[in-house]
Write a protein that binds this ligand. Structure first.
Ligand SMILES: Nc1ncnc2c1ncn2[C@@H]1O[C@H](COP(=O)(O)OP(=O)(O)OP(=O)(O)O)[C@@H](O)[C@H]1O
Length: 235
């Protein structure tokens, strides 16, 4: 079976230093792959390299079996790759609905956004800058959906949000996967993310140190902790 997103041996340098060092991973239709790791492990850099925001120095990125490594960000987006960046980047002066309409793909249906997040319906006329953090996060995920992607890369959607809101977002992301999207989710709330995930990766210092099912990590927090930090004495 062709994986929707297939990454092999990816290398990304930042300020001349290798920050992503030979990472191979995939995201499959109907599945959530969670990418965990300590601060500075290289997760955000990896997502930025995948969507084409920053250049990569080695390896290959394929979408539905076709290499997009040489393609620019816009071309990757048109090929079905959407990136929900860290920081909830809404157009603050535009209304919620105007934010959804910006960049909507031909054939996309606004109703799908409100179906995923009915919370946004009552807020459709409100300036996005006035929405709560949770509502803004819903808005950027819904906006991504309206580009009609096949893969969504989601970076730290839970940062700074109340647990009840995080659970709401997690449920929505699960729903997107169940509807057939491939999701690669970078997350600090490891336990919550592992509970909705189909596959788990852990990254440490630019390399993957776990590639497998989420259950063993959920069942053994010490192991997860060790994967994050490595052998501290040997470091
Ligand atoms: N623009 C940049 N220029 C130089 N180095 C950078 C830049 N952005 C990130 N780095 C470095 O790359 C490494 C990986 O950072 P990155 O933000 O990808 O990690 P992360 O796993 O996403 O961490 P966090 O959870 O803190 O966001 C860090 O050492 C960081 O200092």
């Amino acid at each position: 079976m062709t994986r929707t997103l297939d990454v092999s041996g990816l290398v990304i340098n930042r300020a001349g230093l290798p920050v992503v060092r030979g990472v191979s991973l995939s995201a499959q239709k109907g599945q959530i792959s969670v990418l965990l790791g300590a601060n500075g492990a290289g997760k955000t850099t990896l997502l930025e390299g995948l969507s084409g925001i920053i250049p990569t120095s080695g390896g290959d990125i394929a979408l539905n079996g076709r290499s997009v490594t040489a393609a620019r960000a816009g071309e990757r987006a048109r090929a079905g790759l959407s990136h929900v960046e860290q920081g909830r980047t809404v157009f603050r002066q535009l209304s919620t609905e105007e934010n959804l309409l910006v960049g909507m793909a031909p054939g996309a249906d606004l109703a799908d956004a409100y179906d995923l997040f009915p919370e946004l319906l009552n807020r459709r006329g409100v300036r996005a800058g006035l929405l709560s953090g949770g509502e803004q996060q819903m808005l950027v995920i819904a906006r991504s959906l309206l580009t009609r992607p096949e893969v969504i890369l989601i970076d730290e959607m839970s940062a700074g949000l109340a647990p009840v809101v995080v659970q709401r977002l997690m449920a929505a992301v699960r729903r997107l996967a169940d509807a057939g999207l491939a999701i690669l989710l970078v997350e600090q709330f490891a336990a919550l993310a592992l509970r909705i995930a189909d596959h788990a990766y852990v990254m440490r210092r630019g390399e993957l140190v776990h590639d497998g099912p989420p259950q063993p990590l959920l069942a053994d927090p010490d192991r997860l902790h060790h994967l994050y930090l490595g052998d501290v004495q040997a470091a």
